[in-house]
Write a protein that binds this ligand. Structure first.
Ligand code: UDP
Ligand code: MG
Length: 325
C-alpha cells in the first residue's frame, strides 16, 4: 500500500494541536492508504513538544522532531520533507487554515497522475492589509520571474516522491518553497479551496517574517531588480539631456521664453532636487546590490540549514543537514 506523509511545521501551536490531532486522524480513513505525520517543532517555547510526544504515544503514526531553535517556517517544512518517507507528501499548516478535509482532493489529482498538486486560495480570511499586500506581491513576482509562478498558491500542497527527492537535493538556504516547487516542473495541477480562519492561537508569522519570505521569493527567483539600475540610468540621463537642451535654448532665446513666462532663473531648488533624486537612486541601487550580495554571503558560508534537538519515532542519523558546500 502507498504511504502518504503529512508534514506540519509547528511553532508555539499548543492551543491548536488538540484540534489538529483530532481532525486529521478523523479524515485519514478516507485516504485509503497508510499515512505518517511528521511534525517539525520549530523551536517552540510552549507545550508544543510535550503534546507531540503524547500524541506519538497515542498514535505512533505521529512522528516529530524538534529544532534547537526557531529556524523559520520554510526551513521547518524543508526538514519535514527531508525525513518524510511517503510516496506522496502533503505540506500543511498546523493552525487548520489548510483544512485536512481537502487532502482527499489533492490525493485525487495525484492519483490522476499529477506530481505537484497545489492548493489555490479562492478566498482568504486574513486581515485586509495582509490580503492587499499578498495580492500585490503575487502579481509583482509573476511579472518579475520567468517561471510560471501560480498566483495565490501557498505552501499547502501535495508532492510526489520524485519532486520531494529533487527538492531535497537543492542546496540553497533561502528557501521559498512555492518557487522551488514550481521550478521543479513535472505535471502540476491546482485545486481551489477556501482558506479557513486560524482555528486557535495567534499567528506565528509576524509581518517581518512575511516580509522576509516575500523578499526571498523575489530575490531568489528574479534578477530583474539588478537591471533596475541600468533602466533608471537610461531614464535619468534622458531627462538630463532634455534639461540641457531646454536650458541652452532658454539662454539663446531669452526674450521669447520670457514672453511665454519661462524666463531663465537661477535655480537652487532644481539643483538640490536633482542632487537628492540622483543620490537616492544610487542608494537604492546599492541597496539592491547589497541584497543579492548578502544572500550570496549566506549561501557561501554553507552552514547547515537546521539543528535537531530531539525526535520521536524518526530515525535521525545527523543532527543537522549537510550545508551547501
Ligand atoms: N511557523 C513555523 N515557524 C515560524 C512561524 C510559523 O514553523 O517561525 C508555522 C506555524 O506553526 C504554522 C505555519 O508555520 O503551522 C504558518 O504560520 P502562521 O499560521 O502563523 O502564518 P499565517 O497563516 O498567518 O501566514
Ligand atoms: Mg496560519
Amino acid at each position: 500500500m502507498a504511504i502518504l506523509s503529512i508534514v506540519i511545521p509547528c511553532f508555539n501551536e499548543e492551543r491548536v494541536l488538540p484540534q489538529l490531532f483530532q481532525r486529521l486522524d478523523a479524515v485519514a480513513g478516507a485516504w485509503q492508504l497508510e499515512y505518517e505525520v511528521i511534525c517539525v517543532d520549530d523551536g517552540s517555547r510552549d507545550e508544543t513538544w510535550k503534546m507531540l510526544q503524547a500524541q506519538h504515544a497515542r498514535n505512533p503514526r505521529w512522528r516529530s522532531l524538534a529544532f534547537a531553535r526557531n529556524f523559520g517556517h520554510q526551513t521547518a517544512v524543508s526538514a519535514g520533507l527531508y525525513f518524510a518517507s511517503g510516496d506522496a507528501v502533503v505540506v500543511m499548516d498546523a493552525d487548520l487554515q489548510d483544512p485536512p478535509e481537502e487532502v482527499v482532493r489533492l490525493l485525487a489529482k495525484w492519483r490522476e497522475g499529477f506530481e505537484v498538486v497545489y492548493a489555490t486560495r479562492k478566498k482568504r480570511r486574513d486581515p485586509l492589509l495582509k490580503r492587499v499586500l499578498a495580492w500585490a506581491f503575487y502579481r509583482l513576482l509573476q511579472k518579475l520571474t520567468p517561471l510560471p509562478m501560480p498566483r495565490d498558491a501557498g505552501d499547502f500542497c501535495l508532492l510526489d516522491r520524485k519532486v520531494v527527492d529533487v527538492m531535497k537535493a537543492l542546496p540553497e538556504r533561502s528557501r521559498y518553497l512555492r518557487g522551488l516547487r514550481t521550478w521543479c516542473g513535472f505535471r502540476q495541477a491546482s485545486v481551489e479551496f477556501e482558506r479557513a480562519e486560524r482555528a486557535a492561537g495567534v499567528p506565528q508569522y509576524t509581518f517581518k517574517k512575511s516580509f522576509h519570505l516575500a523578499m526571498d521569493g523575489l530575490f531568489s527567483f528574479s534578477t530583474v531588480p539588478l537591471r533596475l539600475a541600468t533602466y533608471l540610468g537610461f531614464w535619468v540621463s534622458g531627462f538630463a539631456i532634455l534639461g540641457v537642451v531646454f536650458t541652452f535654448f532658454q539662454k539663446i532665446f531669452a526674450k521669447e521664453f520670457t514672453a511665454l513666462g519661462l524666463e531663465p532663473k537661477s535655480g537652487y531648488p532644481t539643483v538640490i532636487i536633482s542632487i537628492l533624486f540622483l543620490g537616492s537612486v544610487q542608494l537604492i541601487c546599492i541597496g539592491i546590490l547589497g541584497e543579492y550580495l548578502g544572500r550570496i554571503y549566506e549561501e557561501v558560508k554553507g552552514r547547515p540549514h537546521w539543528i535537531i534537538q530531539a525526535s520521536i519515532g524518526l530515525e535521525i542519523k545527523a543532527i543537522s543537514n549537510p550545508g551547501s558546500r
